[in-house]
Ligand binder design. Structure first.
Ligand SMILES: Nc1ncnc2c1ncn2[C@@H]1O[C@H](COP(=O)(O)OP(=O)(O)O)[C@@H](O)[C@H]1O
Ligand SMILES: [Mg+2]
Length: 232
């Protein structure tokens, strides 16, 4: 791979290794994710998808291998607090069950990462409302999370994942708790953040209707990633 190709990568993982006791979970897993692409990671339960996501997202150090985010050097050569600071600026997260603070409005929740990194609450809320508008969630900005449906909350959590303008968004089973129509809406938003915002999206999912809409599908099998091709 030449330098120009490497520069267009949002995320590169090489030779990732992780065992728990006798059990080898990652055994030389390699991943490339380009800006603007949606990459699905699939595999049976217990195959190591979450372990892989944690290693790629700088959340838990693997026993071997390297991870690079865009132009940054090996993430796992960094130490705290750098790794947390770089992660905050580079990575967004969407989980199966989005966590919101119940006594803050949706706009204030989406603004939390900006406030934590030092923005004035009023400016942060304004940016959060702009982002919610872009996702058609403007009318919900002043609502409290407990009044939203699961689908609405997940769409708001996708907006929240973008508030720091990350280059990578990691999604762990984002449609796992949603019905079919909400799942379709959420996948549509995931595709949109890749296309419109140029974000590289890595999505762990066991839902074949989601795979069909991804640019690439890799299956985690015996600790390695193999090309699955898309269903379409
Ligand atoms: N911290 C840990 N300690 C021991 N075993 C673990 C730990 N985390 C994951 N595992 C084991 O590693 C395997 C893969 O887990 P996981 O990555 O959660 O799989 P998936 O997300 O594909 O369901 C499982 O057998 C799980 O029990
Ligand atoms: Mg998992």
């Amino acid at each position: 791979m030449n330098n120009a190709q490497t520069a267009s990568l949002a995320l590169m993982g090489r030779g990732l290794v992780q065992s728990f006791g006798e059990r080898s979970v990652l055994d030389g897993a390699d991943v490339d994710l380009h800006h603007g692409d949606v990459l699905a990671i699939v595999g049976v339960s217990g195959s190591g998808k979450s372990t892989l996501l944690y290693a790629l997202a700088g959340l838990r150090q693997p026993q071997g291998g390297t991870v690079a985010w865009g132009g940054h050097a090996d993430v796992w050569k960094l130490h705290e607090p750098e790794i947390t600071l770089v992660r905050r600026a580079t990575c967004g997260f969407v989980f199966q069950f989005p966590a919101f603070l119940n006594d803050l409005t949706v706009a204030a929740n989406v603004a939390v990462p900006l406030v934590v990194s030092g923005d004035k609450p009023r400016d942060a809320r304004e940016r959060s409302r702009e982002l919610l508008d872009r996702f058609g969630l403007g009318p919900l900005a002043k609502e409290y999370p407990s009044t939203l449906s699961g689908g609405e909350l997940q769409r708001a959590s996708i907006a929240r994942a973008l508030i720091m303008e990350p280059s990578i968004v990691f999604c762990d089973e984002p449609t796992g708790a949603l019905d079919e129509s909400n799942s379709e809406l959420v996948v549509g938003e995931v595709q949109r953040i890749a296309e419109e915002f140029g974000v590289g999206v890595l999505i762990v999912t066991h839902d074949p209707s989601v795979w069909a809409k991804c640019d690439r599908v890799l299956r985690l099998d015996q600790g390695r990633l193999v090309e699955e091709g898309t269903a379409s």
